[in-house]
Design a binder for this molecule. Sequence first.
Ligand SMILES: Cc1ncc(COP(=O)(O)O)c(C=O)c1O
Length: 458
Amino acid sequence: MGRPATLRIRGVRPHLAPYTENVSAASDTLAESAGRQPSVGTSRRPARRLEVAAIKSDFPVLDRQEGDDLVFLDSAASSQKPIAVIEAMDHYYRTSHANVHRGVYRLAEQATNLYEAARSKVGRFVGASDPSREIVFTKNATEALNLAVRSWGRANLRQGDAVLLTEIEHHANLVPWLMLAEEIGVELRYLRVMSDGELDLSQLEQKMTGARVVSFTLCSNVLGTLVPVEPIVSAARAAGATVIADGAQFVPHMRTNVRELGIDMLAFTGHKMLGPTGVGVLWGKAEVLESMPPFLGGGEMISDVRLDGFTPAELPLKFEAGTPPIAEAIGLGAAVDYLDGLGMEAVRAHELQLVEYAMRRLAEDHGDRLKIHGPQDPERRGGVLSMELEGVHAHDLSQVLDSRGVCIRAGHHCAKPLMRCLRVGATARASLYVYNDESDVDALSAALSEASAFFGLR
Ligand SMILES: Cc1ncc(COP(=O)(O)O)c(C=O)c1O
């Protein structure tokens, strides 16, 4: 095999300020809260402070003017991309592109090495024991969840078997199960969401009794709720149930270690974690993936094909039918390098401080006219703020904010059952990431004041 091409990439700089009292406090409190929720993106190491001004300069799109400066607060839908990711993909296409796992010429070997190096990086990022077998590249988190549900579900579930989900799931972790329920008649049970945005775990053991699998999001894309993993995993282990986690809103923001979490499969998506669109990941314990049949059939995923049958390839290729997202996986590898450079503890500490600031600032400026859904304790949530401004529809609000250059997401956030539980049709969701700082929150609050004035509410 040839050696991987050397990538010369700008923008992978550790944008970190020295450790400060303040941030250490945030990180320590976070670690304490891990008492209630162990192994969730925390460690005892003090987190350093992110240098957001320097980070912003790594994201070319943030220079864009929308009349005002662009204030991007929609990273929960899709994050922006640093130069490092853009250049990694550009460099790959300029110097090293060929199809992977096929050619025996040097260029093809180089492309294969770069693709497999990305797999290793992504695996290390989530603490996989054997990235070369346990990391499957998919199109996105949705495809990763469909793979898990259809392959594992069809092989292991029979009519009447119980599947435990929650009311806060994104459609990506709901519709595949509904499809399976239609196909083979499994029973879907749900952990309820309470009015404070937390899951009601009082019936956890009862609902887990007899369940063959539990599948849940680690962080709600609507409420920001950080789901308490430990009690759910413990109950699942006691019941002998398989555990599937949707990490789409978690992996980009929190230190993730699949072994510490104690789960069996984890789905996440590249474009929400500074990587490109078109690539997602299913991590699975090797023995779990081994036991699952292929999901899609075609080239790449076989070791032999005859006219009367086929033999699937070894892991992970048995789940990667057809030409994979090569440049996208390489871009995701560069995104992981960038996040590693920042340090995931520092990323979490930064977001926690920013959420604290945002909740305080928005309450001061807008009082009872603005409702923020989900847990009111910032430590119980990720960087998602789903808002309702009294008397203003979320779409109207989003349009007025856009006129000030502030990008937020309005709608049902692909979580219609949850919206029904909340008794709202739509919310206006602002979401925070590594390139946001207090000035972005201030711009959001000022734009909300303008919207209030525009709609005659003050
Ligand atoms: C919690 C959650 N799960 C899954 C997804 C699906 O991600 P993708 O659209 O990249 O497949 C999303 C996207 O918003 C999400 O927020």
